[in-house]
Ligand binder design. Structure first.
Ligand code: HEM
Length: 496
């Protein structure tokens, strides 16, 4: 028996080594920290908290000054270095999302964030018009209403020190859910909202799983409590989506009948007043003469909420932190607002476009804190990037944070200087170094949407409060949205 086992294990090991040999060959030629046999650098990585993981990535970038590798057991992770390699990777159509991204599929199915090939291409083309400026501009009044609610909530804190990320999360979630699905959640006014709670829990659990290599295998993960908790939260989200889709289909049908004259005038007003949401665009989209299926629609809307809420919330946290940290910037922004916007007038997208310093400030916040510090790609066949040949089965990481802090491209990268994005200085910036929203064909589809929300909320807060850090010496050294969550943000005081 034991002989059979030994033979079996020997065959399995030979098969494994043969299958992985091309990956070992690539990995051997790339510099990186010393790796233990079999486990590689897993020991070092799995012990780290997420915030330390990003610190290590920055340290290795500085140490190797070029592309480097980590071994996670037999898995090879390569961290790309230069803008040229980054551009090649972002445009390489043979690359897909990293395998770990598939763990998101419980929530977002095969939505834009993880789909690839033909499906990604056709959906991306079909969904892009939903983010056109003409549509986004109509979202401004909805976002402004949620901003006013946020101001009311902050005013109620009467200048005491608050953990601001909770308020911002609820506000951004309400704004994105209403503009993408047409549903009023009111999670800012109702802290027990079940969808908000489920959404928060789901992103937290998905992130925990993605950063824990021990939970990577479905077979293991499905036997954990975390899996049961995740399934329960996802069910709440999917249930709400199903109801919202039914309601919108019914409303659109009614609208159609109305246009063809089947329904009479009184109903017309109520329906016509409804703003077009991203969901409406999805419901009416045709690809090759056919509409999207119900599950495709559900996946894409969940993707928008998942990809948009945490990122925009984190970005807004960094905006407020920077206002507290740099009072002179706060003063400059307020002066611009007073000069450019008329008192009491409605805050529109067009009015926001007049605030040129706000634009520079937001750009610098997104550089300095690079909300999404890394993004990944998976090789699926032989390909060449930066002159180096890669085989299938390797994860390539694109270091968006590292590039945004590279002294080769940014003068004094560790200083907060919005003016570096003023026209004259911006001209010296090579492409593929400043990419808060990534680049190439997968560039964030919601970037203008996020900027609209960020600018709108910043102006509303500045018009109502002076933002102070509770402890002016408090340093926010960590750059990731996920880190921000795990750290519990920071405290701000809002004085009228
Ligand atoms: C400050 C806020 C945001 C940041 C920093 C951000 C960042 C990013 C980045 C870096 C990527 C590209 C990942 C890659 O290349 O692999 C991305 C993709 C994406 N983002 Fe955003 N995002 C933000 C807000 C939003 C919003 C508000 C939405 C939607 C409503 C959104 C929807 C998406 C989607 C659907 C993708 C996948 C695009 C594709 O692969 O075609 N994001 N985002």
């Amino acid at each position: 028996m034991s002989l059979v086992l030994v033979i079996f294990l020997t065959f399995a090991a030979c098969y494994f080594i043969r299958a992985k040999w091309p990956v070992f060959t690539v990995g051997r030629r790339i510099r990186g920290p010393w790796a233990l046999p079999l486990v590689g650098n897993v020991q070092m990585i799995s012990k780290l908290k997420p915030e330390s993981l990003f610190k290590i990535v920055a340290e290795f970038r500085a140490k190797y000054r070029g592309t480097y590798r980590l071994w996670l057991g037999p898995e090879l992770w390569v961290f790309l270095h230069s803008p040229a390699e980054t551009r090649e990777a972002l445009h390489d159509t043979t690359l897909t999302r990293p395998v770990a991204f598939q763990q998101l599929s419980v929530l977002i199915g095969n939505g834009l964030l993880i789909s690839h090939g033909k499906q990604w291409e056709t959906h991306r083309r079909a969904l892009s018009p939903a983010f056109h400026a003409n549509i986004l501009n109509t979202f401004a009044p909805v976002i402004a209403q949620h901003g006013e609610e946020l101001v009311r909530k902050l005013r109620a804190t009467e200048g005491s020190s608050v953990e601001v990320s909770d308020y911002l999360f609820a506000c951004v979630l309400d704004a994105i859910v209403e503009t993408s699905m047409g549903k009023q959640l009111n999670s800012l006014t109702d802290p027990h909202n079940s969808y908000a709670h489920a959404f928060h829990k789901t992103s937290e659990l998905l992130f925990k799983r993605m950063t824990n290599p021990l939970l990577a295998l479905d077979f293991i993960f499905q036997h954990t409590n975390m899996y049961r908790e995740l399934s329960a939260s996802v069910a709440v989200i999917h249930q709400l989506m199903a109801t919202v889709i039914d309601e919108r289909i019914a409303a659109l049908k009614q609208e159609e009948s109305l246009i063809s004259g089947v329904i009479t005038a009184p109903a017309e007003e109520g329906i016509r007043k409804q703003r077009r949401t991203l969901l409406d665009t999805l419901l009416t989209t045709q690809i090759g003469g056919e509409g999207l299926t119900r599950s495709e629609i559900c996946d894409e809307v969940n993707t928008f909420v998942f990809a948009g809420v945490d990122t925009t919330t984190a970005a807004m946290c960094f905006v407020l932190y920077s206002l507290g940290k740099y009072p002179a910037e706060q003063h400059k922004l307020l002066t611009e607002i007073e000069e450019q916007l008329s008192l009491g007038a409605e805050l529109t997208a067009e009015a926001l476009n007049r605030l040129t310093y706000l634009d520079l400030f937001v750009k610098e916040v997104l550089r300095y804190y690079t909300v999404v510090p890394l993004t990944g790609r998976q090789t699926t066949s032989d390909t060449v990037i930066g002159g180096r040949r890669y085989c299938a089965g390797i994860t390539l990481w694109i270091d968006l944070y590292g590039l945004a802090h590279d002294a080769q491209y940014f003068d004094k990268p560790d200083e907060f200087q919005p003016l570096r994005f003023a026209q004259t200085q911006k001209e010296h910036l090579p492409p593929y170094v400043y990419m808060p929203f990534s680049g190439g064909p997968h560039i964030c589809i919601g970037r203008n949407y996020a900027l609209l929300i960020m600018k709108m909320l910043t102006v509303q807060i500045l018009c109502n409060f002076e933002v102070n850090l509770r402890d002016p010496h408090e340093e926010l050294v960590l750059q990731s949205q996920m880190v921000l969550k795990s750290l519990h943000g920071f405290n701000l005081m809002f004085r009228q």
